[in-house]
Design a protein around this ligand. Structure first.
Ligand code: OGA
Ligand code: NI
Length: 386
């Protein structure tokens, strides 16, 4: 090998070392999340966030948050429950759960200041330095507090444009010491909000059981049920048509109560189209999760939804996910299984779900699909797919 060859080789190796080092540094940057990318002035979406072309959103007015396909969800006004309109409220609820899997709730009884203060303290949490936020990073899915980016930053092939703070809220007294200690009022504001959403969840579940014709004694199962709060932060994104805040997914629990700020972004699948849910000030967007679809034996639907990002505004949303205690087995309610409507899902528990998401890339409705029984009752071996 001549002297020139060696010089060439050393040069090439040097270049590739630089490239690896750049990639490693780039990788370290993604791991810090999108708020960090935004704060450091990113002007292009890094490759790791770019979705394959068929999975990209088709944003009509890129950057502008007004979209053409907006959907007004059925509104459930809880103040009407004590009036002669009660039966109409229940009918609207039942129809919404069958047709959309989503509805909005107004006059829900959670004081406006509790809601506003939760949004405000969430904004202050994401406004803190990266180092402060990073104290709560954890890859343990069972940890009482988890800060991170995308869905599962260890496994996701393509990252999504969101950072999150996940707070386990059950049982409050034992998880509280793990919650962030700054901002100093975060715990106090979050407790008030968590108590409010838990009561609202119980009230909605009571109505849902009534609308399904299922005995209300089942409600007691939720007294110490699982309660996870997810604070989502979607910073402005320089190229919002290349990525998503959250890819299409369904939620795992019975109900999710979502509070979105005034910036739109949530889309649900309706009649094979993605439609945007217009924020209604002070309202909660509520959706049916996989567990309720299973419990209702498929009468109520857990619908795919996703989140768009935009180039101008930061967006905050707070999702409260409620279900039964993690060790409980969920199966279709006895009242909803009959000869004409055989059991359509396998029994499932939370552990099975956690196992599922830790082993697979979390995508679409795979989990629910994996619990579906596609055969007739006669062929079904209890709890087993056939
Ligand atoms: C979720 C979710 C929607 C949003 O947290 O599961 O779907 O608008 N959030 O942030
Ligand atoms: Ni969701």
């Amino acid at each position: 090998m001549g002297a020139i060859d060696i010089t060439e080789r050393v040069k090439k190796e040097g270049e590739s070392m630089v490239k690896i080092e750049e990639e490693r540094r780039g990788e370290a940057e993604y791991m810090k999340g999108v708020r960090h990318l935004y704060d450091t002035g990113v002007t292009k979406v890094p490759g790791r966030y770019i979705l394959p072309a068929p999975e990209r959103p088709h944003i009509v007015n890129c950057g502008d948050t007004t979209s053409t396909h907006n959907l007004k969800l059925p509104i459930i006004d809880l103040s009407l429950l004590h009036t002669p309109k009660r039966s109409i409220v229940l009918e609207t609820l039942s129809l919404a759960c069958k047709e959309f899997g989503f509805f909005q709730v107004v006059n829900h009884g959670i004081p406006n200041e509790v809601v506003q203060e939760m949004v405000e303290v969430s904004k202050r949490f994401f406004g803190m330095s990266y180092e402060e936020r990073a104290k709560y990073m954890s890859s343990d899915l069972r940890s009482p507090v988890r800060y991170g980016t995308s869905f599962n930053q260890i496994r996701d092939r393509v990252f999504c444009w969101r950072d999150f703070l996940k707070l386990n809220c059950q049982p409050l007294e034992s998880v509280l010491p793990f919650w962030p200690s700054s901002p100093a009022d975060l715990r106090e504001k979050t407790i008030a909000y968590a108590n409010g959403t838990k009561s609202l969840f119980m009230e909605l579940m009571s109505l849902i059981l009534e609308s399904l014709g299922v005995d209300k004694k089942f409600l007691a199962e939720f007294d110490d049920g699982s309660h996870l709060m997810v604070v989502n932060c979607y910073p402005p994104c320089p190229e919002p048509n290349l990525t998503l805040g959250m890819p299409p997914h369904s939620d795992y629990g019975f109900l999710t109560l979502l509070l979105q700020d005034e910036v739109e972004g949530l889309q649900v699948q309706y009649k094979d189209q993605w439609v945007t849910i217009e924020p209604v000030p002070g309202a909660f967007v509520v959706n049916i999760g996989d567990h309720l679809e299973i419990f209702s034996n498929g009468i109520y639907k857990s619908i795919l939804h996703r989140v768009l990002v935009n180039s101008l505004q930061n967006r905050i949303s707070i999702a409260s996910l409620h279900s039964m205690p993690v060790e409980k087995v969920i199966s279709p309610a006895a009242e909803l299984v009959s000869a004409s409507r055989p059991k359509q899902y396998m029994d499932t528990d939370f552990a099975a779900f956690l196992e599922y998401i830790s082993s697979t890339e979390f995508k679409k409705k795979n989990f629910l699909e994996s619990r579906k029984l596609t055969c007739t009752r006669e062929q079904t071996i209890e709890g087993q797919p056939c």
